[in-house]
Design a protein around this ligand. Structure first.
Ligand SMILES: Cc1cc2nc3c(=O)[nH]c(=O)nc-3n(C[C@H](O)[C@H](O)[C@H](O)COP(=O)(O)OP(=O)(O)OC[C@H]3O[C@@H](n4cnc5c(N)ncnc54)[C@H](O)[C@@H]3O)c2cc1C
Length: 304
């Protein structure tokens, strides 16, 4: 039987996306920064474009100037310098989950990268794009807060280093200026034993925007917790670090902690909203459960 040809889809663009005035694809960072300095907010920066094209689908024809970072190999490196891990902004989720260095030193970040979208999204989407989109549901953001990451923001004239916990200012908002590019993510290393846990709650197993995420990173001297990073996504207008919870953990062993009490403390530290993926009450209850689950998992890891 002959199949009917599918109806031709109507093109929702009024003008073709090729009506831009300039599409820059520089081969070095200095050139990219010069272009950014000249065009500022008129310029759309494209990394893997997985967020960008979805967000701008209806108005691609309005974008006149593009800066594509794809040829900036200097932003695709993962390296150790001065006892810190430096991750280039153009490192993809796939690079993160495949990197032996990341798996060894930052397993919570590797696990979160593995949970992003689908193989296609992971091979195109970048850590820099995840950060600059600044969605409270961005999967890499809670792990970056827990590892006390900082971000290098560069302009043609110089650079500044901003702590991840200061970077996010609201849903899909951050403190980047129009002439800045995010170039590097910097994470301190440690001599201490560091263990972590990553939990993503969503409605499906793949291609799912998180309903809630939790990243816990603990540093130990012997059995004593000497540093704690606890952060959640999708429970407030920005990803949040739960400093009250961290403070309770310091100088304790895992066995000393009252997991249920800590779980309840989490509930009072967050400010979730109702949306399609879950109600405020659901998120508060899940936040308690995942905190207890993470601590049980950490206890197993530490004692094995
Ligand atoms: C089907 C689908 C599934 C998805 N699933 C997930 C998921 O499970 N978890 C998740 O966290 N995300 C998910 N996403 C969102 C997205 O894939 C990720 O956030 C990804 O990391 C974005 O990276 P990118 O390189 O594609 O960013 P882009 O789309 O290229 O850029 C995103 C934003 O950041 C800006 N930008 C990018 N890089 C820089 C830079 N270096 N300096 C300054 N500005 C910059 C861009 O101008 C743009 O505003 C999904 C998206 C799709 C389409």
């Amino acid at each position: 039987m002959m199949r009917k040809s599918p109806m031709k889809q109507e093109n929702r663009q009024t003008i073709s996306g090729a009506d831009f005035k300039e599409y820059f694809q520089p081969e070095n960072l200095q050139k990219a920064l010069e272009i950014k300095a000249e065009y500022k907010e008129e310029l759309k920066v494209a990394a893997g474009s997985t967020d960008l094209l979805v967000a701008n689908y209806e108005k691609l024809h309005e974008i006149e100037y593009w800066l594509d970072l794809v040829k900036l190999d200097e932003l695709k490196e993962i390296k150790v310098k001065d006892n810190k891990l430096h991750i280039g902004a153009m490192v993809t989720h796939l690079d993160l989950m495949d990197s032996d260095l990341i798996k060894d030193k930052l397993p919570v970040l590797a696990a979160a990268a593995e949970d992003v979208g689908s193989p296609q999204i992971r091979s195109r989407g970048t850590i820099g794009g995840n950060i600059c989109t600044s969605s409270p549901a961005g999967d890499l953001l809670a792990p970056l807060l827990s590892y006390e990451a900082s971000f290098k923001l560069q302009t043609e004239a110089g650079e500044r280093i901003v702590k991840a916990e200061d970077f996010f200012t609201g849903p899909k908002r951050n403190l980047m200026e129009a002439d800045e590019l995010l170039t590097e993510i910097i994470i301190p290393m440690t001599e201490n034993k560091r263990e972590g846990s990553w939990i993503k709650v969503g409605r499906r197993k793949a291609l799912v925007i998180s309903t809630l995420t939790l990243a816990v990173v603990l540093e130990f001297e012997g059995e004593k917790i000497v540093k704690a990073g606890v952060a959640m996504g999708s429970v407030a207008p920005t990803p949040v670090r739960l400093k009250g919870i961290e403070a309770v953990m310091i100088d304790q062993t895992l066995k000393d902690l009252d997991y249920k009490a800590l779980g309840k403390e989490v509930k009072s530290s967050i400010n979730p909203i109702d949306d399609l993926r879950g109600t405020k009450e659901y998120r508060e209850d899940v936040a308690v459960d995942v905190m207890v689950r993470a601590l049980n998992e950490l206890e197993r890891k530490v004692s094995s």
